[in-house]
Design a protein around this ligand. Structure first.
Ligand code: PMT
Length: 410
């Protein structure tokens, strides 16, 4: 009963996925939460009010002007009692209304009146979701602190296939439960969560020169690592970011050390490591480099060219061997047998956590704004996370780092 004593207001809007909200409410209640449902009129076309009343064990709010039975001013009362609001499914319409502050029904009004954290799970036809207006509205909500639970991809009720499915109720309930039990939403000041801790982050890809004009590199943009560094700084940490070449600007309040090669990254990391509390190694480090670097541009000839590559040092492996008090987080970028390989790296490199990253998916891993990972800890416990922004993911990784730091006897 991990949600015992928590009050959650669930908003259900008019999409075919409204039926999945029944399972969400049921699971939240089984976890011990007191759940209050607000339905839009359109939602009642898909699922009846009675269903939610039975499942939640509470009256269901739909109409602003209905005779109030259990609260004085219902939308204000629900807005105030909520520890968290969850809108699932969230249609393009409620997203647009929330983005501009329209309050024309019970749900939209409660959204405007609440100070509780708001989680929204958009679900709609792919074209509607990808429409720049919807995307702009989502970006606006994110910038105002709304938590957006990214839709899944797959077959949609409208007969098409693409992004726009409501994620599985079990995943939504897990995200909400984690948020409610994390320090962020339990009233502790998240901005101070890492005060006094030195967090060392690596980001981007290393490049390995062949000659003055060419190099071997990879597709890492640095976005994942920069998101971690930025979030760690926001939480009060003293952050050092060792970064490969990237077009990203230095995050505020972060000391950035720019490097190019794996050996330069190793040098910078080893320098900072002894005084670090935690290391998050999201960089894509080249495992090999050319055996020789030509001083002059290599001239082409009519023959094929064979490059000889030699092994680069494995920085994370070294850190695992050296580590004393540090919490060590590695990433595993894989295109197949992702979990199996990640578990092997976790053990071999003596890590506290590994972030298993399936980089064969178009919306996760290299280059994109989003990622989908499985987090595995040293006891072997694996937690899968649905697609989310790298910023949100950074928060999850740092929640785990904070919890692990809290257990270390200093
Ligand atoms: O930068 P983005 O475009 O946002 O993309 C993010 C990302 C895909 C790069 C990131 O999410 C990610 O998966 N990073 C790890 C990439 C990687 O090199 O994984 P790996 O499985 O090859 O390495 C395993 C771990 O060992 C990594 O933590 C890596 O930093 C470390 N390593 C690897 C090789 C080496 N010589 N030294 C190392 O320290």
């Amino acid at each position: 009963m991990e949600l015992q004593g928590k009050k959650i207001v669930v908003g259900v809007t008019g999409g075919i996925a409204a039926y999945k909200a029944v399972e969400i409410v049921s699971r939240l209640r089984k976890a011990g939460a007191e759940v209050h449902v607000i339905m839009t009129k359109e939602a009642t076309e898909f699922v009846t009010e009675l269903t939610f009343r039975e499942i939640s064990g509470q009256p269901v709010a739909v109409d602003m002007w209905e005779k109030v039975t259990h609260f004085n001013v219902e939308h204000i009362a629900l807005a105030q009692l909520a520890d968290l609001m969850l809108i699932a499914p969230a249609t393009a319409n409620i997203i647009a209304k929330a983005a501009v502050g329209i309050a024309d029904d019970m749900l939209a009004t409660t959204l405007l009146a609440t100070k509780a954290p708001i989680f929204m799970a958009p679900a709609m036809n792919t074209n509607m979701y990808e429409n720049p207006i919807t995307q702009r509205n989502i970006a606006e909500l994110k910038s105002r602190g709304f938590h957006i639970i990214e839709p899944a991809e797959g077959h949609l009720a409208c007969g098409t296939s693409g992004k726009g499915r409501l994620p599985e109720p079990v995943d939504i309930v897990r995200i909400v439960s984690e948020a409610l039990t994390s320090q962020e939403l339990t009233g502790q000041d998240l901005t101070c969560q890492l005060t006094g801790q030195k967090i060392l982050v690596t980001a981007g890809g290393t490049i390995e020169p062949l000659d003055p004009v060419r190099y071997i590199g990879n597709r890492s943009t640095g976005r994942m690592g920069y998101a971690v560094a930025e979030e760690a700084a926001r939480r009060g940490a003293d952050v050092v970011l060792v970064s490969g070449p990237t077009s990203l600007k230095d995050p505020d309040g972060v000391r950035v050390i720019r490097i190019e090669t794996a050996r330069q990254m190793r040098e910078a990391v080893l320098q900072e490591f002894p005084t670090a509390s935690a290391v998050i190694k999201s960089a894509a480090v080249a495992d090999y480099r050319p055996a020789a670097v030509s001083e002059q541009k290599i001239k082409k000839s009519d023959d094929d060219l064979t490059l000889q590559l030699v092994r680069n040092p494995d920085i994370l492996l070294e850190l695992g061997q050296m580590k004393e008090h540090q919490v060590l987080v590695g990433f595993a970028a894989e295109t197949c047998q992702v979990e199996e390989y990640a578990r092997k790296k976790l053990a071999k490199k003596n890590l506290d956590f590994i972030v298993a990253n399936d980089v064969s998916e178009a919306d996760a891993g290299f280059g994109v704004e989003t990622n989908r990972i499985k987090l595995i800890d040293r006891s072997g416990k694996m937690t899968p996370y649905p697609l989310m922004s790298k910023k949100e993911l950074a928060g999850i990784i740092l929640d785990h780092v904070s919890a692990a730091l809290g257990k270390i006897d200093r």
